[in-house]
Design a protein around this ligand. Sequence first.
Ligand code: SAM
Length: 161
Amino acid sequence: MENNKDKNYIGVDVKGNRIWTGAKHAVDNKLNNVAFIRTRIDFIEHCFGENEVDEIWITFPDPQPQKTRARKRLTHPMFLERYKKFLKKDGIVHLKTDNTGLYEYTLETIKENKLPLIWHTNDLYKNCPADRKELTSIKTYYEKLFTGKGEDIKYILFKLT
Ligand SMILES: C[S@@+](CC[C@H](N)C(=O)[O-])C[C@H]1O[C@@H](n2cnc3c(N)ncnc32)[C@H](O)[C@@H]1O
């Protein structure tokens, strides 16, 4: 955000305290390219117009390991269909997770739905390409927690078209 002033960023979470922390950082640092939407992700398609978004970052979503809760996973096909409504035609989706189950589930979903998989790794901090250093230098709150505990971070980059 600070480094890419020509891009706009919109953070989404259902929890008000998470939004407050991000909003305070943005105000304190006079960041004019940042906004927040407090909503359940289930309503996200109503927040943007067609072709409005270049990239979606899904960072450390709840892994929902129980089979009965698969439809709550943020990379479930039902959510991907929603994202498709506002992501640009050539737009990209990034997933970062510490959870092996969600990582494997997402790769399987991409394969089953014949979506273009651009790159993935089960250890981002070991395998991060030299020209994509921002993938590890910019860390979310949970990313700091997990990397602090020495956990491997999984990463997937894919398209929806
Ligand atoms: C493990 S935290 C990760 C927070 C942040 N993305 C990060 O990387 O530090 C998972 C977040 O997902 C949010 N969340 C879970 N289900 C959601 C939903 N259906 N809609 C919106 N946010 C949701 C929770 O409120 C929580 O803040």
